[in-house]
Design a protein around this ligand. Structure first.
Ligand SMILES: *Cc1c(COP(=O)(O)O)cnc(C)c1O
Length: 383
């Protein structure tokens, strides 16, 4: 089956009791067992361990990403935390992309470092840097591609090959492109991580996370952390996400087409200093963007002439783009990563990874692109 058929039908069957075409929201704590000897015969005991609505979403995500199984979490950060918890012990070492979501950086440097885990923030855009950073005690490689917010890419197949040779699991944060455009497990990665908050939901309605694992053994480690820590997704969130996913391809294609046009418009605008979008020929890793994914996504960033002050004025005044932290929704959003999503990344580290104070991040939505371009043009011309 093709992706579009799977995004609608996979993982979901009509409710056996009523025929309801949508999987019901199983708002329940506990599940009555048939007998002591047949405990867990239906697979459910208590909603921290498993819930049928969440399970339907996990099954759909498994089909979309080509995984062995999926475990859902309360947020994307809970999903990343579960990957850390499942694979890292005190004294272990983790290699992580130097450009990652600010919350991932914060979790590593402010929490796991307290527990004796060491992190190397590596420029994974060159896979050889991963090989060089390997140590005897390296137990996890986490890459994010395209990376939030600079959009730096990592060659998933190349890093996965190095990881396999070293017998270290490779997890990829695939939030920005979704399995519709990029499937890390097909490229050799062991886990694909998502903030379902973003494109899977797509409507600014929920926060959630998921890890799709290449083997049942990996998934069992994550599910153990889920049950042990209680970082679960609620059935309401799973239900909304199940509905959002049915239009994933339509939204992502439409939003990406809008992003391409906006990037081309910005590139020509005299008030714009620099535009970064993987679909532009000027994007430094344009070839890799084309070869490892089937689309360029709907995230871009730019810098305006006049630096930080002008950038702030633009973000405060531009119409139609909401000044907000989320991304991936059908509403276009504009973000200043340095004060918003990446505020906990120290200035020296930001400078090292090319996250400048004047970077304006845009999550392109599904509005008429003419209206979005007109709004940007008006705000740029008023600078
Ligand atoms: C938003 C985001 C996360 C964190 O997800 P939450 O659902 O906000 O906890 C992780 N990785 C990336 C790339 C993100 O954009």
């Amino acid at each position: 089956m093709g992706f579009k058929t799977k995004q609608i039908h996979a993982g979901v069957t009509p409710d056996p009791v009523t025929g309801s075409i949508l999987t019901p929201i199983y708002q329940t704590t506990t599940y009555v067992q048939d007998s002591v000897d047949e405990y867990l015969a239906k697979g459910y005991s208590y909603s921290r361990s498993a819930n049928p609505t969440v399970r339907a979403l996990e099954n759909k995500l498994t089909a979309l990403e080509g995984a062995a199984d999926t475990t859902c979490f309360g947020t994307g950060m809970a999903a990343i935390n579960a990957v850390f918890m499942a694979f890292l012990n005190a004294g272990d070492h983790c290699i992580i992309s130097d450009v990652v979501y600010g919350g991932t950086y914060r979790l590593a440097t402010k929490i796991y470092s307290r527990f004796g885990v060491e992190f190397s923030f590596v420029d994974t855009s060159d896979a050889e840097n991963v090989r060089k950073a390997l140590r005897d005690n390296t137990r996890l490689i986490l890459t994010e591609t395209p990376a939030n917010p600079t959009l730096k890419l990592t060659d998933i197949a190349a890093v996965s090959a190095i990881a396999r040779e070293a017998n270290v699991p490779h997890a990829v944060d695939n939030t920005f492109l979704t399995p519709y455009y990029q499937r890390p497990l097909d490229l050799g990665a062991d886990m694909s991580i998502h903030s379902t908050t973003k494109y899977f939901d797509g409507h600014n309605a929920t926060v959630g996370g998921a890890v799709m694992a290449a083997t049942a053994e990996l998934d069992a480690k994550l599910r153990f952390v889920l049950n042990a820590t209680g970082s679960i997704m609620s059935p309401q969130v799973a239900w909304l996400t199940l509905q959002g996913i049915k239009t994933l391809s339509v939204r992502v294609d439409g939003q990406s087409a809008n992003a391409q046009q906006i990037a081309e418009f910005l590139q020509e605008h005299p008030m714009v200093e620099r535009v970064c979008y993987p679909g532009l020929a000027s994007f430094p890793q344009h070839q890799l963007a084309k070869s490892q994914a089937s689309g360029f996504g709907a995230m871009l960033w730019f810098e305006v002439k006049g630096g930080l002050a002008a950038g702030k004025k633009l973000m405060d005044t531009v119409e139609l783009f909401s000044l907000a932290e989320n991304l991936g929704s059908i509403e276009s959003l504009i973000t200043h990563p340095v004060t918003m999503t990446h505020a906990d990344v120290e200035p020296a580290e930001r400078a090292r990874i090319g996250l400048s104070d004047s970077l304006v991040r845009v999550s392109v939505g599904l509005e008429d692109v003419e209206d979005l371009i007109a709004a940007l043009d008006k705000a740029l011309n008023a600078l």
